[in-house]
Design a protein around this ligand. Structure first.
Ligand code: S3P
Length: 183
């Protein structure tokens, strides 16, 4: 790594947020970006921007497989940024070992956690996640959590619990830990 000594937030590794849908990666990530005074990117938004069509259209035309392919490109692009970013990752990104490698090699990776019931409650009125549509949200998140836990643990440098905590509170802890890891 070729860090130079410049003001906090403009040097070092990306701050990468991973975790299940509803974990707060986007809201917490945006707050962290403010605290660190650096750009924020969300991989779902990168996928949509590069595809030039709506998220639902990608998913229905290309299926999950097509979406995951596009997600890998988004991860490669974001992690290649010479400017350190805050990167909010779609919940399934960690399933791909190349993604995990790229995120860990260029970033400090934080896993945001909460119980499946809390995640489902946050997503109660949300119908933007294809994996949850038409399914019992708590049960689906519980199942995804069990399947993905090893991948989340393999990806993350540290974890922060988000249950019953404000965005500000979580973001403050994430940034504090991030600074310790970023050196
Ligand atoms: C997914 C999570 C979503 C989005 C897509 C698939 C997943 O992002 O990428 O619906 O597989 O967990 P968020 O985690 O930001 O909701």
């Amino acid at each position: 790594m070729t860090d130079t000594v410049v003001p906090d937030g403009s040097t070092g590794r990306h701050l990468v947020l991973v975790g299940l849908m509803g974990a707060g990666k986007t809201t917490v990530g945006q707050r962290c970006a403010e605290l660190l005074d650096r750009p924020f990117v969300d991989t779902d938004e990168l996928v949509v921007a590069s595809a030039g069509v709506a998220f639902d259209d990608i998913w229905s035309a290309e299926g999950e497989q097509g979406f995951r392919r596009r997600e890998r490109v988004a991860v490669a692009d974001a992690t290649a940024s010479p400017t350190p970013l805050v990167i909010s990752c779609g919940g399934g990104i960690v399933l791909d070992s190349d993604n995990r490698r790229a995120l860990r090699a260029t970033g400090v990776v934080v896993l945001l956690t909460a119980s499946s019931a809390a995640l489902a409650a946050r997503l109660a009125d949300d119908d933007s996640r294809p994996l949850l549509i038409g399914n019992d949200k708590t049960a689906t998140l519980e199942r995804l959590s069990a399947v993905r836990q090893p991948a989340y643990e393999a990806a993350a440098h540290f974890e922060v619990d988000t249950e019953r905590r404000s965005v500000d509170d979580v973001a403050t802890e994430v940034v504090k830990e991030y600074r310790a890891w970023n050196g």
